[in-house]
Design a binder for this molecule. Structure first.
Ligand code: SF4
Length: 290
């Protein structure tokens, strides 16, 4: 794979993710707007106009372009070190072109590197395993306001009366939705990781954001929980940006990881209405963006 082409494809992936909502997200926001009235409706309308202007002018949908989290599946013909250099170059160029806000701050010195590169930034998850000539890159831009709403529970949790069972999991998700009120810009989407350890539980919750909003969980028990929680949260009347209404969340997406008997974690990640995730797929030298 030509290095120059890969650099260009990655830069376009970043531009698309920052400036154009994925079609399923825009459809969900339109459906939410059409079902609302009053301030909730006009708020969603402004969000959709914002998204349209961002797309037309190739400008970021939100000023906080967030952390860059890449998931890379590739074939044996691609070298991870060489690919890493392409990712870093694309991130630097995207920052220079104001497709990204400089968002990499050293937590000790407080200095911003100015180009979105730093220790652990951007986040690159490599997974070899595809056939030769194939590459799939998924990118999520995770804004700080929504990331701050993430919460992890260790069950049992006496304060929530949440035991180590699915009823306890539901109590955690409802609590996380209430806690996000006034912080993450609603309507949001909740990604839930059940089980795992502290790290993999949160990883699972974030990977849920790559599922299409209108899909149905392949696990019938989780599918029923997702539907029930979506309805329950939208009855809380928090609404878009907290202005009231039925559109507090666009979706609840749940996944599981096996746990050790002594631990039962539930991790809830929050994605705000500026739900930025896109995918680049390359096969036989041809790139497609999803
Ligand atoms: S929560 Fe989302 S929409 Fe709100 S400021 Fe942060 S990135 Fe932007």
């Amino acid at each position: 794979m030509e290095t120059q082409k890969l650099d260009e494809w990655l830069l376009e992936l970043i531009r698309l993710t920052s400036c154009e909502l994925a079609p399923d997200v825009e459809r969900a926001l339109c459906a939410a707007r059409d079902a609302e009235q009053g301030r909730a409706r006009s708020t969603l309308d402004w969000m959709l106009r914002n998204a349209q202007e961002a797309r037309e002018s190739s400008m970021p949908i939100c000023q906080d372009t967030g952390s860059l989290i890449f998931y890379i599946d590739h074939g044996p013909d691609l070298d991870q070190e060489q690919m890493t250099q392409s990712f870093l170059r694309a991130v630097i160029k995207a920052t220079e072109r104001s497709l990204l806000r400089p968002n990499a701050v050293d937590p000790v010195s407080g200095k911003n590197t100015g180009n979105n590169l730093g220790v652990g930034a951007p986040v690159l998850h490599f997974h070899p395993g595809l056939a030769a000539g194939k590459l799939s890159v998924r990118l999520m831009l995770k804004g700080g306001g929504s990331e701050n709403c993430g919460v992890q529970y260790a069950l049992p949790d006496g304060s929530l009366q949440a035991g180590r069972d699915l009823n306890g999991v539901k109590r955690c998700v409802l609590d996380a939705a209430l806690r996000a009120q006034g912080f993450g810009c609603a309507p949001g989407t909740l990604g839930v990781g059940i089980g795992g350890d502290r790290m993999t539980s949160f990883q699972e919750s974030k990977e849920q954001f790559f599922r299409p909003l209108d899909d149905v969980n392949t696990d019938p028990i989780l599918a029923a929980m997702e539907k029930e929680l979506l309805e329950s949260i939208n009855q809380l009347e928090i609404g878009p940006m907290g202005f009231g209404g039925q559109s507090t969340v666009l979706g609840v997406k749940m996944g599981l990881r096996h746990r050790v008997p002594a631990s039962y974690f539930v991790s809830v990640s929050y994605m705000c209405w500026a739900y930025r995730r896109r995918c680049l797929q390359v096969e036989n030298g041809q790139a497609v963006y999803l």
